[in-house]
Design a protein around this ligand. Sequence first.
Ligand code: HMG
Ligand code: MG
Length: 301
Amino acid sequence: MNTHVKIIEVGPRDGLQNEKQFVATEAKIELVDRLSAAGFENIEAVSFVSPKWVPQMADGGQVMAGIRRRTGTLYSALVPNMRGLQGALAAQVDEVVIFGAASEAFSQRNINCSIAESMDRFQPVAEAAKQAGLRLRGSLSCALGCPYQGETPVAAVVDLAERMLRLGCDEIDVADTIGVGTAGRTKEVMQAVGQIADLGTQVSGHFHDTYGQALANILAALECGVRIFHSSVAGLGGCPYAKGATGNVASEDVLYLMHGLGLHTGVDLDAVVDTGTWISAQLGRDNASRAGKALALKKAG
Ligand code: HMG
Ligand code: MG
């Protein structure tokens, strides 16, 4: 049995993008460096989006220029269009992430175009990214529900997944943007996506934890054969276009679960706990990771 699980740390991007106060570039760089040192094999470090839409991510180029790259870690950036791709290429990222939605209403709010238009925009981005030898990932927002449309039909998720694969995505992210999914629904969606993609190598689970279901959903996805998950140190985050949605599931909680199951992540949980304590203090927020808080308390004796 394959006991390796890839955990993609998305805190520097999905986590920080929602912070109201601008987080200093130096703090962003230190966050990525600490996460690299903890051993994550993939870190979603920045996005190259319109600073009018998400001002917090305006310094992506500087962040990428300032970090210490660890051999064995891939650094990813979200890009919505060719302008974003140019930023990502200049910053020498390893992977670009195009992001679509399985819901028309969310697509309009998040990237200001329909699903079909987003595919037209992504086409040249995907081609140029591949030509440059980069990995390509496609995110499927609202796969388990939409803040504007409510339930998302499974067929809409599969349709978007198919389109992303046709664009050449190496990996596709089934994303529960607002954390409404339940374990049963997660299985249903993963099994449907599994009809057109290899769940063990091509599909990831990206769960926000708004309703406290993320760990249960991860376990359900694991049982379906998914071996790639996204998480955010200290459970940072939310989405600027999904009001009330909380952060991603906390990395510390996911690592505690995986290691408890005897699965290997290559990540030093202890180092992530310290990073979670540090970034929570930097941002003046409560640490949203239950395992992170418990382990930090235990350590303090
Ligand atoms: P638009 O306003 O329709 O596009 O936005 P535009 O082409 O008219 O551009 C508007 C302005 O932005 C122009 O500037 C452009 O030059 C500039 P102006 O001429 O007015 O001075 N611009 C850019 N600047 C820097 N980098 C760029 C860029 N593109 C345009 N790449 C657009 C369309 C897609 C650009 C906009 O809607 C956008 O940037 N959206 C991003 C929203 C976003 O980042 N959302 C959060 C990430 S997605 C997420 O969190 C979900 C995920 O975690 C999965 C899940 O949980 O579901 C991935
Ligand atoms: Mg997200």
